[in-house]
Design a binder for this molecule. Structure first.
Ligand SMILES: [Zn+2]
Length: 408
């Protein structure tokens, strides 16, 4: 059934079509608003009668409002424009990162309303200690939502580890030395007022945002390092999760087959020959890691590398060929259009070194290079949070009236 099937009485069409049409109107307003009813009809191909019915449902639900700005008309009264309002609603993203727990409260438009962040100090093998810190920042964000009078309609928890299962749990975290941890259940036990939440891996969420940052791209490799090394594969516009949730865990590609044992049980994983712990140790920065945490230590490593300091430079020079070799394997596995490098490797000098090693000895097929460009991420440390917010907003726009349940 086409969108045109919604007649003026709105009675002859299925609820699925109605939901889809509501989503089309809400999405048009989110992307191009404010719009008048006739502008919505023109933008969506829906009939004027259908738009009147659909916008009145969305107005009743409080999801859209009349804008102060009207569409000027040549004759008569200017036409009222509508916009996505929903200023009684909020999205919550809680992120567990290498040494920090962050909770971010955002409007449906993605604007930050509140942000709480605390170091968890990387207590190895102790999920409860980390969950306590995660619960503290979550409570701060929930308090702020209450103070602002906003109902939280969507909660995403981001973990920097492979995620899988039903319900999704952290499968294992080699950086925090965790086995399987039900992060969402642990968080909700500590913060009973937290609504239902979904769990995603940080590289999955970040790759989603990288895809949006590269319009037209459908096949992408995301590779990043901050705590450990992680990645994500995007095939035909979708992040591949794999049958167990391990797809894209590029830090554990066993690249140096007879190399050192890895915590994952294999030998010579990429993380054992190019991981942050090795680089920091060789650069003599372990003390800074212990005293000030990973982010500060990695910033110092990059600064030393740029200053040409010999230990940091030698450590990086040894790591780069392994990174490039891993990318070659991934490239030949699914022929991506682009490789995006994130984390502290997104510094242009570091990404440049990876790109040079990757392109060294070009791969020629049909007389021309098939190697994709290797580019630094432009999204900074919040790539995963931005991706989670984008997904949350799309979920809401997909089924806008589901919000009524949360609202009333
Ligand atoms: Zn491993």
């Amino acid at each position: 059934m086409s969108e045109q099937a919604l007649d003026a009485r709105g009675t002859l069409v299925s609820s699925d079509v109605r939901r889809r049409n509501l989503s089309i109107v809400a999405t048009a307003l989110a992307e191009r608003g404010p719009l008048s009813r006739s502008e919505i009809a023109a933008a969506t191909g829906l009939t004027a009668g259908a738009v009147t019915l659909l916008t009145s449902s969305l107005l009743d639900a409080g999801l859209i409002a009349e804008s102060a700005e009207a569409e000027p008309t040549r004759r008569g009264r200017p036409k009222t424009r509508l916009l996505l309002s929903a200023d009684h609603l909020a999205l919550l993203v809680v992120q567990l990162d290498a040494d920090t727990a962050t909770a971010l409260l955002a409007s449906l438009a993605g604007e930050t309303l509140a942000r709480a962040s605390r170091h968890h100090g990387r207590p190895l093998g102790n999920p409860d200690a980390v969950l306590d810190v995660l619960a503290t920042v979550t409570n701060e964000a929930l308090d702020e939502a209450e103070r602002l009078g906003r109902t939280i309609t969507d909660v995403t928890v981001i973990a920097f580890a492979p995620v899988g299962g039903e319900p999704a749990i952290v499968l294992a975290d080699t950086d925090l030395l965790w086995g399987p941890v039900d992060l969402v259940a642990g968080l909700r036990r500590r913060t009973p007022r937290l609504p239902e939440a979904r769990l995603v891996g940080d590289t999955t969420a970040a790759a989603r945002e990288e895809l949006a940052a590269h319009p037209g791209v459908r096949d992408l490799v995301y590779l990043k390092s901050n705590s450990g090394i992680g990645g994500a594969l995007v095939v035909d516009g979708r992040v591949v999760l794999g049958s167990h949730g391990y797809a894209g865990a590029l830090g554990h590609v066993a690249i140096d087959y007879d190399g050192e044992p890895c915590v994952c049980g294999q030998r010579g994983c990429l993380v054992t020959v190019a991981g942050p712990d090795l680089l920091l140790e060789r650069a003599g920065l372990q003390h800074l890691l212990a005293e000030q945490g990973l982010t500060a230590a990695l910033a110092a490593f990059v600064a030393r590398l740029k200053a040409g300091e010999s230990d940091a430079s030698a450590a990086w020079k040894d790591a780069v060929p392994w990174i490039a070799r891993t990318l070659r394997i991934v490239t030949m596995s699914f022929d991506p259009e682009i490789v995006v490098v994130g984390g502290f490797w997104a510094d242009p000098q570091l990404t440049g070194a990876i790109a040079d090693a990757f392109a060294d000895g070009d791969l020629l097929m049909a007389g021309s290079s098939v190697l994709p460009p290797v580019v630094p991420s432009a999204l900074g440390g919040d790539a995963a949070i931005l991706g989670a917010l984008r997904d949350a907003r799309e979920r809401l726009l997909e089924d806008p009236l589901a919000l009524q349940i949360a609202q009333h």
